[in-house]
Design a protein around this ligand. Structure first.
Ligand code: C2E
Ligand code: MG
Ligand code: MG
Length: 659
């Protein structure tokens, strides 16, 4: 579809005209020519009209003045009588005064003068006979020439003097020369010509302006359609065009090699969530700048959306250099300095590579494969991964689920179920553990095992944990408002615990929900502690200071060094249910449970047993001095509203778990 639209766009004649300077200049030249021609034509027309008017005047004057006073015999020798001359003079004077004519003369055919108006008595015709014969209109015998009288321009019109009927006149006896004032006519023609030229120039200027504005708007619109408005990088559509062009180039020359990189920032959501979207935007702009600066001008950088970028390396000597360049790019990205609101931020990313033509010649396929490789990189905890077909089949389903999970978090498709914990001796309710589920639109309610590990290895763990924490804290506040003081325990993945912003975001979250730290408990695993013990201790101290209690979950299955356990600021050990559920039938399980209880107590920790399914196990743990219990015997994890009903029933029966 996109391909069609690009094609259409390029074929649009208006676009072709506006985007090419040659076409645009050509068009303006042609238009100028046409306008010039029209103006000249109009000028000639007004000149013709002016001459026609002058001729009409001359004919009327000749009729009115000459024919009244001068007869055919005057042309053959007789002289004008004194009276005739006086009448002529008087008539001509009136017409000259009114500026109808500039003068009047009457000539015999031989060139001798019969009459010349008083002011300018010419002695002989200023136009020699031969010349007059050459210039005159052969059919009418009329002749018009430019002349002058005094300082004024005139149009001198020679009318043949004939007698007899109009359709059969006698031979020419001579000429009546009417001098019509030329100045006014010329001024009029010049005036209208000037107006015409002015209008034409204005028309051309406006047209040029309109074309330039249209051109600018078109280019701007096309530019916007191809670029990401935030970073100014190319957008997904433009990248596809570039990919297509590269594929086409490769088809022509098989020695050409290129690579498509999909790059996704790690932990970007945390920046958005803790510092706000404008800060996230500012970081993206800086990342875009670093990317552009780190690459050659021939490489193409695009933003695919969110924190996902793509790079098209258009000229590669070999496949190996794609990986080398990607690693260099990642290194530059990591050492780049990024700061938002004066806060220094660290940037890390995962890069997936698809090679052209090795991994495909289709835009969508290449994008998908680079994407798959990028997710593989994420799962391997960041870095650069080259697309590998062998892993793809598995990845496509995982990828699908990942995409869906991302959406599920945004669309609130996740739900929390809560499982109560109680004191083993008194049966008093001591809190609940929040356990996440996914209300999948087609697969039904999914347990955490199906999607938490997936999220754990991708950028989705942070938004997932954030969602669970927010929901759990909000729920604790709702229960508190109902008079139910139920601390909610939330499971933290190792990544989330070691996230440098954890304490700050928790503080913001608690403040927002108006909840004190003692209503929140975090369950962490041994893995989280052992991944980076120093950092874990620092984070735990911060949590401690906020009054948030921390439990080590599934204790016993990991490898916590007792040295660290001694110095860890935690409050609770949760014995893994692997040692609890069957402890009565497996003495080794019981021995481990017993040791953990002893160890915990000696370190001053609260010990909780999870996975209690029978009364007997409950009693046994109570006898071993274990502090709290959690398991199907007490209750299965349940939705929040069911929990309220469950607590009410339990209170009404007055704590039946005590014996
Ligand atoms: P967990 O933290 O050890 O949670 C206890 C698990 O044991 C829950 O399984 C619970 O339903 C199950 N359970 C409780 N009592 C009994 C019992 O008497 N018998 C048996 N057989 N099982 C019992 P669930 O809900 O399937 O959760 C599994 C794991 O998924 C959790 O283990 C936890 O590690 C993880 N998880 C759950 N929610 C979250 C979450 O929001 N974030 C993270 N990071 N992990 C979570
Ligand atoms: Mg847990
Ligand atoms: Mg557990």
């Amino acid at each position: 579809m996109f391909r069609a639209s690009v094609h259409d766009r390029e074929r649009n004649p208006l676009r072709r005209l506006l985007t090419s300077w040659v076409a645009l200049t050509g068009l303006l030249l042609v238009l100028s020519g046409a306008v010039g021609f029209t103006v000249n034509h109009l000028h000639a027309q007004s000149e013709t009209r002016a001459r026609a008017e002058a001729l009409q005047t001359a004919q009327v004057v000749a009729d009115l003045v000459v024919h009244r006073n001068i007869g055919p015999d005057d042309f053959v020798g007789a002289r004008l009588s004194h009276q005739e001359r006086a009448d002529m003079d008087a008539d001509v004077a009136v017409l000259v005064d009114r500026e109808r004519i500039a003068g009047l003369e009457v000539w015999r055919a031989d060139g001798s003068l019969i009459f010349a108006d008083r002011d300018h008595p010419d002695v002989e015709s200023r136009l020699p006979r031969a010349e007059r014969l050459r210039l005159q209109d052969p059919s009418t015998g009329i002749l018009m020439v430019d002349g002058s009288r005094g300082d004024s321009q005139t149009l001198d019109i020679f009318l043949p003097y004939t007698t007899g009927p109009v359709n059969a006149p006698t031979r020419t006896h001579g000429y009546v020369e009417v001098l019509t004032p030329r100045d006014e006519v010329a001024a009029q023609v010049a005036n209208s010509t000037r107006t015409l030229y002015g209008l034409a120039a204005m028309f051309l200027a406006v047209l040029t302006l309109v074309l330039l504005v249209l051109r600018r708007r078109l280019l701007l619109r096309e530019d916007q359609a191809l670029h990401d408005s935030l970073t100014g990088l190319l957008n997904r559509g433009a990248l596809r065009e570039q990919l297509q062009a590269t594929v086409a180039r490769i088809s022509k020359d098989e020695s050409v090699m290129a690579a498509l990189l999909v790059l996704d920032l790690d932990g970007f959501k945390a920046v958005n969530d803790t510092l706000g979207h404008p800060a996230g935007d500012a970081l993206l702009i800086q990342v875009a700048r670093t990317l552009t600066r780190s690459l050659r001008p021939t490489d193409v950088v695009a933003r695919l959306g969110g924190d996902e970028f793509a790079v098209l390396l258009t000229h590669l000597p070999d496949a190996a250099s794609a990986e080398i360049i990607s690693r260099q790019l990642l290194a530059k990205l990591r050492v780049g300095s990024y700061s938002v609101h004066g806060i220094e931020l660290a940037v890390d990313a995962s890069i997936g590579i698809a090679l052209l033509p090795e991994h495909g010649r289709d835009t969508d396929l290449l994008l998908q494969r680079a994407d798959v490789a990028m997710y593989q990189a994420k799962r391997a905890n960041g870095g650069v991964t080259l697309y590998d077909e062998a892993n793809d089949a598995h990845d496509v389903t995982q990828l699908g689920l990942l995409v869906e999970l991302r959406r599920a978090i945004e669309l609130d498709e996740l739900v929390l179920h809560y499982q109560p914990k109680a004191r083993l001796d008194t049966g008093d309710l001591h809190g609940v553990e929040a356990l996440v589920r996914w209300q999948h639109p087609s697969r039904g309610l999914l347990g955490p095992d199906t999607f938490v590990p997936l999220a754990e290895h991708t950028g989705l763990m942070a938004p997932l944990t954030e969602w669970v924490l927010r929901r759990a804290v909000t729920q604790a506040a709702l229960w508190r408002d109902l008079g139910l003081m139920l601390p909610v325990a939330v499971n933290m993945s190792p990544r989330s615990l070691l996230d440098g912003n954890l304490a700050a975001s928790l503080l913001a979250l608690l403040a927002e929900a108006n909840v004190t730290g003692d209503l929140l408990e975090l369950e962490i695993t041994e893995t989280a502690i052992m991944t980076d013990p120093g950092r874990a201790v620092r984070v735990l101290r911060q949590l401690n200071a906020m009054g948030i209690r921390v439990a080590i979950d599934d204790f016993g299955v990991g490898y916590t060094s007792l040295t660290y356990l001694k110095s860890l600021p935690v409050h609770t050990l949760k014995i893994d249910r692997a040692f609890v559920t069957d402890m009565l039938t497996d003495p080794r399980d019981q021995a481990i449970a017993e040791s953990v209880i002893g160890l915990g107590h000696k370190l001053g920790l609260n010990v909780v047993a999870e996975g209690i399914e029978t009364e007997e196990v409950w009693e046994r743990l109570k006898a071993l001095n274990c502090d709290e219990g959690q398991g199907y015997l007490l209750a299965r994890p349940m939705p929040a509203d069911e929990l309220v009903a469950w607590v009410r029933t339990r209170l009404a029966v007055d704590a039946p778990r005590t014996t």
